[in-house]
Design a protein around this ligand. Sequence first.
Ligand code: GTR
Length: 326
Amino acid sequence: MKAYLTTVAALAASTLIAGAAGACETTLRSADTHPDGYPTVEAVKQMGKMLEERTDGRLCIEVFPASQLGEEKDSIEQTQFGVIDMVRASFGPFNNIIPETQIVSLPYIFRSEDHMHHVMDGPIGDEIMKAFEAHDLVGLAFYDGGSRSFYNSQKPIKTIDDLKGMKFRVMQSDVFVDMMDALGANATPMPYGEVYSSIQTGVIDGAENNFPSYDSSGHAEVAKYYTNDQHLIMPEILAMSKSSWDKLTPEDQEAVRQAAKDSVPVMRELWNAQVKASEEKVVAGGAEVIMDVDKQPFIDAMKPVYDKYVTTPELQDLVKRIQDTQ
Ligand code: GTR
């Protein structure tokens, strides 16, 4: 399950910035659900190297990969409580906690990953980032989750009709339960770590994710039909515990912000390489990938989800601002 990442891990290691030697005064513990070598894990490690160097060893980051500090939803809570200093997570598990994350988590809200970058790198992203503070979190940087699509163990899915009555794991967010309802399928919200065995034992038929996660989680081994419908292009975030943040001097806070910002291009480069590598790897491993999907019926089917979440003139305006962003 880990071998797939060798190339990207090597790429990451080769670009590492040498950190100051010796013990760090403060080590920030950062949680990630993904294994070592995954782009998000490597980007935060590189952020740590930059931070260590720029603060003369005052601040370091230790990344705990592979859900060592708990499943994503739990590590978010632990970060809010200050037990964990930092967490890198998808927007999905924040949806039920921070309503401001919902609109940019709607299916097909973004036309492409570039569109998402343009929105999240601008004023709309800044507004959403600020919303984390009311929930004891300081948003540091937006990372990428690529585009998520359906996969399952039963049959190739070509149209919405093929999804009817099937059971799919979704992240623990009401938005995605409603998305599955709108598609006529059944949603089973559950932690990421339970998906592999749930597919294997037939508790669910499948799940949905991007190529790197489909690959690294091993889900491709148990659910070989992947349909590239790209229903979700949504941001991920690297966030810090407000209580850990408040312990830092303004100078160190600035160093953390800057290092997080500088880790974004690193993350994007690793990400693009990994998407390609993972797609090739799952296909070589026997996955049947349907790339050519007519997305329009999927987009049209999402109307009830938009009706449910885009409920005020302000939210309607936000959707329009997102759509108008080039
Ligand atoms: C991945 C994402 C993780 C996690 C996972 C999931 O794409 O990077 O943060 O949210 O999906 O489906 O739980």
